[in-house]
Every structure is written in structure tokens, then in C-alpha cells.
Ligand binder design. Sequence first.
Ligand SMILES: [Zn+2]
Length: 69
Amino acid sequence: MNTIIKTKWIITCPKCWFKKEEKIPGTECMYFYECKKCKTRLKSLSWDCCVFCSYWDTKCIPKQLEGEK
Ligand SMILES: [Zn+2]
């Protein structure tokens, strides 16, 4: 089975709507992300495991792997 994992995310800041492409360094969840433009510190929403799921257009790597099962 081929598993295609996205390792690049487009994050949209909820404050200034600045879009930034970020590359994920590993498979770990990230709980905080600082907007490169307005310096807002984004925190993962309570129902999501990490900021990727909350603000990115793609689910985090652990969730992507789960989805492939
Ligand atoms: Zn921002």
C-alpha cells in the first residue's frame, strides 16, 4: 500500500489572514505556532490534537496515518 503523507501545510492566521506555507519537521504534533506576520501565538483548539488540525488545510501526520488504515 502506498501512503502519501503531506508534509507541507498552508496555515492561515485567524487574526490577519496571512497565509504561509510551512514544512513539518517530523511526525509529532505541534501545539503552538507563531504567525510570521502579526506574531500571534496560535494554540491548538481544545478538540484538536494540534495546531495543524486547527488551522492548517491538512490534517497532521498522525491523523493522516490513521486515515490510511
Ligand atoms: Zn497573523
